[in-house]
Design a protein around this ligand. Structure first.
Ligand code: A2P
Length: 319
């Protein structure tokens, strides 16, 4: 895992801080996803983020085989691969099946990191991102986490963690955990800086990973507000960098890992060129003052008689 900087997770495993995101909605053509991942490996990316619900696991698996075939990497062990358990599989007796299905699609014997994708449960039939509210069920955190721990014990996931968990939900999970989560993957960019949640995760020894570090403009939940920010543009121009690079450098300087998605060679390259320069105190100060707004609200998980009666319930007030 040479090349870009790495962090040590609480499992003792190393994770490259820069990862390539692979979520796009509407879905991208599988050939494009696959060739972009091979290009990324060629450029030096060693960390890839997928999920069953992104429908990019099979493309990632094929790209890894192709990269090995071309000699770009010696073996799969040189990569860090994350996937996620969708809510339709977040039933204690269905977690292992979810992971087995992901491994089959990926064509791998293990993932480096397996995350509970969202703190909710859906009926087993619900496999897509388009949530039908009638299928919402309360999440059995204790039982589901115990099954995640089993995935780690079996060696099918080298580390386990969560995504979209508030500090309160993490505290609830830790009350039952034998193995604490290694990672909490959450929305994070200059317009949603997650200061409180990051403090909470630091206290608990949980690494924070930033999804949509450029604002996720192409995803269902995203916005172009980050890439259109006048303040970020001013900083980028003064530094001779792009807005994307300022966002990623900022994330790096916060000590989190970050998962920009790009299926374009020039932008994949640009997103790596952030490790040999710094933001000044004054620039960091300006970024810290930007107005804050969560883009992914999780509204589709809210229902009158369900677990979350409002968006505030999902994030426990961290909105
Ligand atoms: P593309 O795949 O065409 O490069 P996020 O990681 O926050 O979800 O943002 C991903 C979006 O940002 C995608 O639309 C991606 O498009 C675009 N993107 C990725 N890198 C850059 C960059 N360096 N400059 C401009 N847009 C970028």
């Amino acid at each position: 895992m040479s090349g870009t900087p790495v962090t040590n997770l609480n499992t003792g495993r190393k994770m490259p801080l820069l990862g390539m995101g692979t979520a796009a909605f509407p879905l991208a053509a599988t050939e494009l996803v696959e060739s972009s991942i091979v290009t990324a490996i060629e450029l030096g990316y060693r960390h890839f983020d997928t999920a069953s619900v992104y429908e990019t696991e099979a493309s990632l698996g094929r790209a890894i085989s192709e990269a090995i075939r071309r000699g770009l990497i010696g073996s799969r062990d040189e990569l860090f691969v994350t996937s996620k358990l969708w809510c339709g599989y977040a039933h204690p007796d269905f977690v292992l099946q979810g992971l087995h299905e992901s491994l089959k699609d990926l064509g791998l014997g293990y993932v480096d990191l397996y995350l509970i994708h969202f703190p909710a449960c859906l009926k087993r039939t619900q496999k897509s991102f388009l949530v039908n509210k009638d299928n919402l069920l309360p999440l059995d955190v204790k039982g589901t986490w115990a099954a995640m721990e089993e995935c780690q014990r079996l060696g099918l996931a080298r580390s386990i963690g969560v995504s979209n968990f508030s500090c309160k939900k993490l505290t609830g999970l830790l009350a039952h955990a034998t193995i604490p989560p290694a990672v909490n993957q959450v929305e994070m960019h200059p317009l949603w800086q997650q200061r409180k949640l990051r403090e909470c995760c630091t206290e608990k020894g949980i690494h924070v990973s930033a999804y949509s570090p450029l604002g996720g403009k192409e995803c269902l939940w995203g916005s172009s507000a980050v890439m259109d920010s006048v303040e970020l543009k001013d900083i980028a121009q003064a530094k001779g960098k792009s807005i994307a690079q300022v966002c990623l450098r900022w994330a790096f300087e916060q000590g989190v890992s970050f998962l920009p998605k790009s299926f374009n060679k020039d932008r994949l390259k640009e997103n790596m060129e952030i490790f040999d320069w710094k933001l000044s105190e004054e620039e960091l100060q300006k970024i810290s003052q930007l107005p804050q707004q969560r883009f992914f609200t999780g509204e589709k998980f809210v229902s009158e008689d369900g677990l979350f009666k409002s968006v505030a319930d999902i994030w426990d007030g961290e909105v």
